[in-house]
Ligand binder design. Structure first.
Ligand SMILES: *[C@@H]1O[C@H](CO)[C@@H](O)[C@H](O)[C@H]1NC(C)=O
Ligand SMILES: *[C@@H]1O[C@H](CO)[C@@H](O)[C@H](O)[C@H]1NC(C)=O
Ligand SMILES: *[C@@H]1O[C@H](CO)[C@@H](O)[C@H](O)[C@H]1NC(C)=O
Ligand SMILES: *[C@@H]1O[C@H](CO)[C@@H](O)[C@H](O)[C@H]1NC(C)=O
Length: 456
């Protein structure tokens, strides 16, 4: 016993010295004999672990090469108001530690194993755009290979700044950047590289991606350039992640109902202008459209003016215009049937010109009735001109009948009056048709413009 103590102490001393010597040896080879019997000897790695506070290089003038890649495993949220893209990344870093190496033939064929990451020097790579990064889960490990190559993967949830352009919403495509750079080390101490091609990153991301929400992952591009801050130059690698919104939800909830309402509004021109239903019908539609807009406001992006807002404003103005048109025509008809003002000569000739059989609105009965002044304009779509004329002239005929003994001059005057009324009514219907066509033209051009803009 008394003899054993110094012996054991001497052995421990020898071991420590030999380990220290190994650590400072030429190749910093780790003695791995016995890894197969007792597992990895912590003492063998002590010299490496003790150096973790320092960048692992032999000559401090040589920079550490760090290879970066990542896998996009989820697109969690795109916040238009804050201009943030929240995503989940698996970041892979690879670098060499020249103090680690072992002969894997001696070590029963072990070429790599994991080491708790807190025992190793880690490069301080961060994402420039990240405004909020989840702490990596504690207790991560890194793979260490027999040549001293260290592979460190960690998952992070990143909320990164992304310049979102929502003009083409809901058919928009966004291009968000992830710029990886070292926080501290300039190009003299750290160089960034990639051991994978971007298409490999894109493919793995596409295979792995868990949730994309309403977004579809399109692809990744990369650019490498140096970042100059003051007099220091930092190495950086920029990845462009392209994502596209899936528009189905918005098409079904926003565009389709809106188009239906506008179509009904256009069709409501076929309600006869004299009927009292047209204006209330249009007002109801307008009201319905406003309610629709209020309800769907939550679906629209909270910031900026997307094209779809312009489209909605356009639809609303079309409805307002058509209501104004109805009011105008109703007023015109009212004026025509109660106190028709004298018709200007040019308007009269224009009417005659327009209703002549060879021109725009040819119908057989018109010619027959022309001499009587009962020339009902027959705007396409207005189906009941004959009944209408009868209705309008009814009171006047009744008036005529009330004074059977009135002189011939008075009767002449009445006929003149009737002629004027029918001319004005005809004019109103012509205006109605004309304005309806203008409305259709305006609607078609504006909708085609919006759709072409969306498609570019
Ligand atoms: C490794 O260590 C063992 C003792 O643990 C020793 O016997 C052996 O000689 C060492 N090998 C080398 C190459 O230093
Ligand atoms: C360290 O590296 C620099 C540049 O690479 C070289 O000039 C210098 O000689 C090296 N020092 C040693 C001790 O090898
Ligand atoms: C980094 O990747 C390049 C290939 O692009 C490779 O030659 C180099 O050995 C890698 N370095 C590390 C530390 O992984
Ligand atoms: C994203 O934007 C960058 C420049 O800001 C450009 O180089 C890159 O090609 C764009 N990527 C896509 C997919 O549009």
């Amino acid at each position: 016993m008394e003899v054993g103590w110094p012996t054991r102490g001497g052995f421990l001393l020898c071991l420590a010295v030999s380990l220290l010597l190994q650590g400072r040896g030429d190749n910093f080879t780790i003695n791995c004999s016995g890894f197969d019997q007792h597992g990895v000897d912590p003492a063998a790695f002590r010299p490496v672990f003790d150096r973790k506070a320092f960048r692992p290089v032999i000559n401090y003038s040589t920079p550490t090469h760090v290879n970066i890649s990542f896998t996009l495993s989820a697109i969690l949220e795109v916040d238009v108001q804050l201009q943030l893209l929240t995503s989940f990344l698996w970041i892979n870093l690879m670098w060499d530690n020249p103090f680690i190496s072992w002969n894997h033939e001696e070590c029963v064929g072990i070429t790599e194993f994991t080491v708790s990451a807190e025992n190793l020097w880690l490069p301080d790579i961060f994402i420039v755009e990240a405004m909020d990064v989840d702490r990596p889960p504690p207790g991560l490990s890194a793979y260490v290979s027999s040549e001293g190559r260290i592979r460190y993967d960690r998952p992070v949830r990143v909320a990164s700044i992304c310049n979102l352009d929502i003009f083409y919403f809901p058919f928009d495509q966004q291009n968000c950047t992830f710029t990886f750079t070292s926080f501290l080390y300039t190009v003299d101490s750290m160089l960034l590289g990639m051991d994978k091609e971007v298409w490999e990153i894109t493919d793995t991301s596409r295979d792995v991606i868990q949730t994309q929400g309403e977004w579809e992952f399109l692809g990744i591009n990369k650019a490498a350039q140096k970042l100059l801050v003051g007099s220091s130059i930092y190495d950086q690698i920029t990845f462009y992640v392209a994502i596209r919104r899936r528009p189905r939800l918005y098409v079904i909830n926003l565009l389709v109902p809106s188009s239906f309402l506008v179509a009904i509004d256009a069709l409501s021109f076929y309600l006869p202008a004299e009927s009292e239903n047209r204006a209330p019908f249009k007002i109801t539609l307008l009201l319905g459209y406003n309610v629709f807009l209020l309800m769907m406001n939550d679906l629209l992006p909270a910031r900026g003016t997307p094209l779809i807002s312009v489209y909605f404003a356009l639809c609303l103005s079309l409805m307002v215009l058509s209501l104004l048109e109805t009011i105008f025509i109703t007023y015109l008809l009212h004026l025509a049937t109660t106190q028709p003002p004298p018709m200007p000569r040019w308007l009269h000739s224009l009417l005659l010109h327009c209703t002549s059989p060879t021109k725009c609105c040819p119908t057989a009965p018109q010619k027959r009735n022309k001499n009587l002044g009962l020339t009902p304009a027959h705007p396409p779509g207005l189906k009941e001109p004959v009944e209408f004329v009868g209705k309008v002239l009814g009171p006047q005929e009744a008036e005529l009948n009330r004074f059977p003994g009135s002189s011939r001059g008075q009767q002449e005057e009445k006929t003149q009056q009737q002629h004027l009324v029918s001319l004005w009514v005809q004019f109103s219907h012509m205006m109605d048709t004309l304005l309806f066509r203008l409305y259709l033209l305006f609607m078609a051009t504006s909708i085609i413009t919006v759709i072409t803009l969306w498609n570019t």
